[in-house]
Write a protein that binds this ligand. Sequence first.
Ligand code: MN
Ligand code: MN
Length: 356
Amino acid sequence: MWLREKTLTEFIIEEQRKAPGATGGFTALLNDIRLACKRIAYLVGKGALTDALGRAGSDNVQGEAQMKLDVLANDIFLRTNEWGGHLAAMVSEELEQPYLIPAQYPRGRYLLVFDPLDGSSNIDVNVSVGSIFSVLRCADGVVEPTAADFLQPGVQQVCAGYAIYGPTTMLVLTLGRGVHGFTLDREIGEFVLTHPGLRVPEDTSEFAINASNSRFWEPAVKRYVDECLAGKAGPRGKDFNMRWVASLVAEAHRILLRGGVFMYPRDSRDPASPGRLRLLYEANPIGLVIEQAGGRASSGLAPILEIKPDSLHQRIGFMFGSRHEVERLERYHRDFNQREYDAPLFGSRGLFRAPA
Ligand code: MN
Ligand code: MN
């Protein structure tokens, strides 16, 4: 029997009809973003069958080695989104400055921010990677946007989402009214609504953190992880599991579907760098998706979406996931960051601390 399914196009047009005065420009922009993700899904899915794997031999603006697919995915995002007339400019992880829409195309009212390929260090080992995107409004009257026009807190995002290129390719989207997941049907070439109204479970016993950095963590994070590791016998009274994919999109997707808490906290390794992940095109879009699904996203010190960015590639401590766990982490930050954590529950030292 043929099952009538709702495509992403149909979903977006229905949403457009709910917004009085909508002109369809935003719908067309989302269609272009969708196409960019399909083009990247195709390339990623080919793996070693094309010449697209491996290092590009160059560094990006942040001094990270670029993979060939970083460069290709960035180019796909720019080329697929520049011509439609809906954007004034774009900002990418791979570009130092905003990319202004070339003069031969009309300029529109929106700004697009993206990480074209997230988790790309995983690409050669066939682990899930993704693309992250966020749409902002361009202020009225601005035709030549500068970096300053992009420095808007995450609450101002018009829409945000990601594509995950895993065993299946999915596109996860929020337009500010819940979070919806679409699975790419490769035969018909359409994203199909398979996961409407996603909700992050409020409680969890799964956490994700790169424990090799534990000696640099702040007291609040040390305490939180110590208590998780102590399991049933500890103050939490239950056992926890740990996960670490090292691909933000894959971590966010797992947490969106079954709960959990992710931490890449600010640490003391490099006092000049207050975290690892980028606010504009990683933390903000993932933060909006998670919060729209009933979870919470925080720097530990403040809600992510309320932080006013101070530069395009600003890094930030980022934790998100099941609401009650992130609230606990925020509480520990308030309680513990003023003083040294002495792990009173475990005698004289935390589980991750070196013996005195
Ligand atoms: Mn990334
Ligand atoms: Mn990237």
